[in-house]
Design a protein around this ligand. Structure first.
Ligand code: URA
Length: 307
């Protein structure tokens, strides 16, 4: 983890003004997302730690549906806003997104979808995707589920979790005493990786800022990360499912702020991906424990048949 003390607390005022002007210039052109350059390209640490939109993440290249338990790796750097005593706060400018001035969440999500456009930001756009799978559900949901990426069924229908894994997710949601329509469902990447391979680290890093913006609009109370890729991307850390499950994390979407000053992030829980549960149904009891933890947090009671 990059400690705050390792980051520059003050920037040269000249440099700060120049950076602020450049970011505003990009914002005016409709560019809101800034990505960290590879280490070798970096000119200086100040620029590298300042102009950064996303956290660095470590995402496995193995498929979680075949290997849900992934060994620990070191936690990676998380860029955090530094309080700069200036009305030209660069981090405020970076966080400025076009939907932030819109109070209606339906309209705000529409703005994010329009901003995404016919996305060609990563290689997935030219690897056989039929359509972008944005996300579905209640735009003011208290509970949000985040999976890995669309499969063939989702790619064909344009909606997340509509295949076999989706049927199981629907049953899990039903067991909690709620409906699919009451929650919001999305994925880390919005385009189907070819052959249902695990999305690459670069693809997750490129796509997840849009998910972060969706989260900041929806303002859920709890997010359930389904599987290791979702957990590791959202938490910007790498650990085994055994280490990640069984507790809540305090979550704030990276590099974006909600326009609601009362929403300061939410809880995040990790559970097994439904596709993994289809392969190993013995773990369903463990997943149910995770969901019960979530239900308790949300003050929900399971319907009679589950208690
Ligand atoms: N698996 C996912 O991670 N997401 C989907 O939408 C479908 C299957």
């Amino acid at each position: 983890m990059l400690s705050l003390s390792a980051m520059p607390r003050t920037l040269d005022p000249e440099l700060r003004r120049a950076l602020a002007a450049r970011i505003r210039y990009y914002n005016e052109m409709g560019i809101y997302d800034f990505y960290r350059r590879p280490q070798s390209d970096r000119v200086g640490e100040i620029a590298a730690t300042t102009v950064v939109d996303e956290t660095e993440i470590a995402v496995s290249t193995s498929h979680p549906e075949s290997e849900e338990e992934i060994s620990s790796r070191k936690a990676t750097a998380v860029a955090m806003p530094v309080a700069i005593q200036s009305d030209e706060n660069i981090f405020d400018l970076i966080a400025l997104k076009p939907e932030q001035s819109v109070s209606d969440p339906v309209k705000a999500l529409k703005i994010i979808r329009e901003d995404l456009g016919d996305c060609t930001r990563c290689v997935l756009h030219k690897q056989g995707r039929k359509q972008i799978v944005f996300g579905v559900g209640n735009p003011t949901a208290e509970l949000m589920f985040v999976g890995e990426g669309p499969g063939a069924d989702e790619d064909a229908q344009g909606e997340p979790f509509v295949g076999r894994a989706g049927q199981l997710l629907n049953n899990m949601i039903k067991a909690m005493g709620i409906t699919r329509e009451q929650v919001y469902i999305a994925n880390i990447v919005k385009c189907r990786p070819p052959g249902n391979r695990t999305p690459e680290r670069e693809e997750c890093a490129t796509c997840s800022p849009f998910l972060m913006r969706q989260i900041a609009v929806i303002k859920p109370k709890v997010i359930v990360a389904l599987g290791a890729v979702a957990a590791k991307t959202l938490l910007a850390m790498s650990a085994s499912m055994a280490q990640l499950r069984g507790r809540f994390y305090d979550f704030r979407p990276a590099s974006v702020r909600s326009n609601d000053p009362n929403w300061d992030g939410c809880k995040l829980a990790v559970t097994y991906h439904p596709a993994f549960l289809l392969r190993d149904p013995r773990q369903k009891g463990e997943a149910w424990k995770d969901l019960q933890m979530v239900m308790k947090e949300l003050g929900m009671k399971a319907p009679k048949s589950n208690s």
